[in-house]
Design a protein around this ligand. Structure first.
Ligand code: ACM
Length: 542
């Protein structure tokens, strides 16, 4: 099984799904019973009707951890009891993994037998935030691909899908009040091929966006699978697509701006006028209408502040607010949205650059530039989602083989991801509760198609799922390699085009798209430069 449950005991005998098998549930988890009935019926061809005295029984027992469950398989009966419907759902996912891999197909390919070994499992997650970020701005993922990813997250007991909806290269969510955000910002003339350093372009337009109904469908589909969709509107940097749509948002409104066709961070950022703050409050109002998530992302990463330093209006703003520098201006800007979200009962979620300046406590920080940022965030009174690049950036190369498709970043193997510990060793015990959990991040500059996303995500996402669900442990993590080998058969049945353990298939290579591999030393030097305005210099204590 993967992720490995907390406690597994073998029982005598086994249960076999047959024409006589029935499903029944407490009213509280009737939706899970419907989902399980369909998940088991399609590949087995069995009717699995619901009855009052079923052979597969689902129930809620609030005495259990709310996402925990207890699963017992005896020859005459299977019972799944969860602390909430979510816990029941995770028990049902474990039950699927106890069946042959063909149970993950959507129509029958074998006639059985559908035998589940006798077992008693008690399980609960290590962390409450078990997430995956998908960048749909650099390359758009059509709705069908997002729904499929949600199913795959659910198979792995992950419960957060963070959608990076806007960036320099595209704006991907319909906002009724500002239609040009998608009309103009939703597509670009062409894209780079490979890393930006090579200056190669493909001459091919790229675009797409989610309508309000698309978002409603994604959110509802995710909710049925106990996945919360956390939206991100990236501000005040990474906004060139928005500025292309509404030049008055930028610092030089007379300068023509197009949606960026280049990877990397644009130097164009939002201006800090009242009108721009008000524009994005309206945007966030529509975002909150669509996304019930408590957390609403405002990005905040990699804001190049040169335009502000050069802008008389931004300098006036700093003077008028008594701010010392552009970092404080960024935190003032972010705080406008923190207040707005909080007035609406939501929590601001941002990358760790929101620690620059002096943001009031109470945000949730995605610590991407290393564990020291997680410690800094917790010390500043914020919650933390661990996702440092060295452990959780699934766009980074999977081996040092130059044949990896578009090899960028440092090497991040399946074993490296399995070894990810979201609780930094240097985090004081009294701040541990600040770590809500972790997420893996799938940036898509170099993944222009769902097949390429599969290659980046799997099977590292499976290893990540175990790092955030299962109790902390040490290699070999109770036979992780063997369990992963078995899990690949499930991914095969699910139609996932993962990276094979031996390296890319010939058609997964990208000889047309050169990368830009980094060593750990290169990356450490880059990050030391980037984080010096948050972390004390050469601070070896965090
Ligand atoms: C990031 O990688 N810019 C969050």
């Amino acid at each position: 099984m993967l992720p490995l449950p907390v406690d597994v005991r073998t029982l005598a005998g086994s249960f076999t799904l047959t024409g006589g098998t029935t499903i029944g549930a407490d009213p509280a988890c009737a939706g899970v019973a419907r989902w399980l009935g369909e998940a088991l019926s399609r590949p087995t061809g069995l009717p699995l009707p619901t009855t009052a005295d079923p052979t597969i029984r689902l129930a809620v027992d609030p005495a259990l951890h709310h996402e925990g469950y207890h699963l017992r398989v005896r020859p005459d009966r299977i019972t799944i009891t969860g602390g909430s419907p979510a816990g029941v759902f995770y028990g049902a996912q474990t039950l699927r993994q106890l069946l042959p891999p063909a149970i993950f197909r959507r129509a029958p390919v074998v006639s059985g037998p559908w035998t589940v070994p006798g077992v008693e499992i008690s399980d609960r997650p290590r962390f409450g935030w078990r997430g995956c970020m998908l960048d749909v701005a650099r390359h758009f993922m059509p709705v069908a691909g997002v729904l499929r990813l949600i199913d795959l997250l659910a198979v792995h007991k992950l419960n957060v899908l963070h959608l990076h909806l806007t960036d320099d290269q595209g704006w991907r969510v319909q906002i009724r009040r500002y239609p040009r955000l998608t009309k103009v910002g939703g597509w670009r003339h062409e894209s780079m091929v490979g890393s930006r350093q090579h200056e190669r372009f493909n001459g091919r337009p790229h675009g797409g966006y989610y309508s309000r109904d698309d978002i409603r469908e994604i959110v509802a589909y995710a909710a049925e699978r106990f996945v919360t969709v956390v939206p991100e509107i990236d501000l005040p940097g990474h906004t060139q697509a928005a500025i292309a749509a509404y030049p008055e948002l930028g610092n030089n409104p007379d300068e023509p701006v197009r949606v960026s066709t280049r990877w990397g961070v644009s130097r164009r950022v939002l201006n800090v006028s009242d009108e721009t703050v008000s524009f994005f409050r309206h945007v966030l109002d529509e975002v909150m209408e669509l996304f019930p998530s408590r957390h609403i992302g405002i990005g905040g990463d990699e804001c190049d502040k040169d335009e502000w330093r050069a802008s008389p209006a931004a300098r006036d703003r700093m003077r008028e607010l008594g701010l010392r520098d552009a970092d404080e201006l960024q935190s003032w800007f972010v705080a406008q949205f923190q207040r707005h979200l909080s007035a609406n009962g939501r929590t601001l979620f941002g990358w760790d650059e929101i620690l620059e300046g002096d943001l009031p406590p109470g945000a949730t920080v995605a610590a991407w530039r290393g564990p020291a940022l997680a410690v800094a965030a917790a010390r500043a009174g914020h919650d933390v989602v661990a996702c440092w690049d060295s452990a959780a950036y699934l766009d980074y190369r999977q081996s040092d083989d130059p044949a990896e498709p578009v090899p960028v970043g440092t090497v991040l193997t399946v074993a490296d991801v399995r070894a990810f510990d979201p609780e930094p060793a240097a985090l004081p015990a009294d701040l541990r509760h600040r770590v809500l959990g972790a997420q893996c991040n799938i940036w898509t500059e170099h993944a222009d198609h769902p097949r390429a996303v599969d290659y980046l995500a799997f099977p590292r996402l499976s290893a990540f799922a175990e790092a955030v669900w299962s109790p902390a442990g040490q290699p070999p993590w109770q036979g992780f390699d063997q369990r992963l080998g078995e899990h690949l058969r499930r991914l095969d049945a699910l139609g996932v085009e993962y990276r094979p353990p031996g390296g890319p298939q010939p058609w997964q290579r990208r000889p047309d798209a050169p990368g830009w591999p980094r060593t750990r030393t290169d990356r450490a030097a880059e990050l030391a430069g980037l984080t010096r305005n948050v972390l004390p210099p050469a601070d070896g204590t965090v």
